[in-house]
Design a protein around this ligand. Sequence first.
Ligand code: ADP
Ligand code: ZN
Length: 518
Amino acid sequence: MPAADLLPDAHEALHATFGFNAFRGVQEQVVTRALSGRSTLAVMPTGAGKSLTYQLPAVMLEGTCVVVSPLIALMHDQLRSATANGIRAATLTSADADRGLTMDRFRAGELDLLYIAPERASQPHFRELLEQSRVALFAIDEAHCVSEWGHDFRPDYRLLRPLLEAFPEVPRLALTATADHHTRTDILAQLGIPDEGLIVAGFDRPNIRYSIRPRDNAMRQLKAVMDENPGPGIVYAPTRARVEQLAETLASATGRRVLPYHAGLDPEVRARNQAAFVASEDMVMVATVAFGMGIDKPDVRFVAHAGIPKSIEAYYQETGRAGRDGDPSVAVMFWGADDFARARQRLSEIEPHRLQSERQRLDALAGLVETAECRRAVLLRHFGETPAQSCGNCDNCLEPAGVIDVSELARKLLSAVYRTGQSYGLGHLEKVLTGASDDRVLQRGHDQLSVFGILSADEQPLLKPLARALQARGSLLPTEHGGLSLGGDAREILKGEASVMIVVPPKREKKKRGGRGA
Ligand code: ADP
Ligand code: ZN
């Protein structure tokens, strides 16, 4: 049956099965393709309603929709909500004792949806099962896992190709929330989906206000965010220890209910904390990135990052947990030069064939953090959109930051790094550059260097932001013993072939009223 004939039925089924009156965004386009047997890669941001795009065809089409999904917890969440909508669904995982029954139901055509993990799906046994059953559609969830360019490559996803090829007449629907241009092209190729099958939904989340600030005192900064935002919120922290510590101190500093969440907690405690958060109207969860996937809480009012996320993709996904209900929400990141230093250090442990893409990922993140442009514009351009220059709802649009050219100062700092032997930290370098001759400076003879005391008084305050920017972009790299060495484009900067701009944050006026005195 042509898709056009199925569409009125699709609207009816949308209402009958899910109780919704209309499709959202590209859902209709994606569903139409699936119903007409065409393969598709749908790139839709978190919260855009991806599940519906295969669940609805699963209900309408004859046969079962086989859904490949990477996590058992995710599958069981999906199973619960599908079953609640009256969809005949089952999961086939090691955690399911009723696998035999599920396979019988699958063969008998009694399932609309069958969820399975990629490692199980790629086994010969499963292929035999498919041959005995009727498959209407292959849905591949979190499809970026198939690509080495993606931020979450899973080799098991590569094994899906032969399975899909064994059933060429079954259409494929690949779904992901995060895929840059490279990753998209790769997913299309890996899963055998034609180029015309790519559908990309808008990534803009206009109700989220983005703000990215240098970290000076994480505790004080996070407390301020919590005081300004009384609704539910998530604070992402880089390590388990930091999660525990922040949860405790933020709770006592704000008097609000704050709970920790990380993979090291007892599964029972974790589940309890998560359930408390989902039910709460004012709780704050301090968590590692282990928290958030598959959690359906529409009224999260803020997401704060206590350190840098792994990539722009990760940032978008994590901040995207704010404001799914469409109400105003904020996303705040507090970053430090040490975050980037650590991330760049980790690059040295990466296998060579992934190094380039990981470095690009980090550079893109540094670009977002260091920009004086509209944050939303930078984000959306990263996902291949052509947004307006200014959104009016991010820190840089609301309080335009100044940009100053500090190439000259950068040359002074980098040559001080070079001339002192690329092993001293910023404290020592600052002394040398400002001509402060303490014992260490004298002992090393650094007062004899041409860079000794070359900094002017008005340059000194810019030294720290400059060092932060140079570390973010990789021109300065951390040494093993806490010093700084030259990296990236440091040589080009020294030769005057590359310039360095830094963003100077707007001066916040303490009082609402009052003059703009000098
Ligand atoms: P994703 O997987 O893309 O993150 P979900 O499939 O979990 O998003 O859907 C997000 C939320 O949007 C869910 O609560 C879902 O019920 C709701 N939703 C999806 N499609 C529609 C629609 N057409 N109309 C109203 N709500 C919808
Ligand atoms: Zn903006």
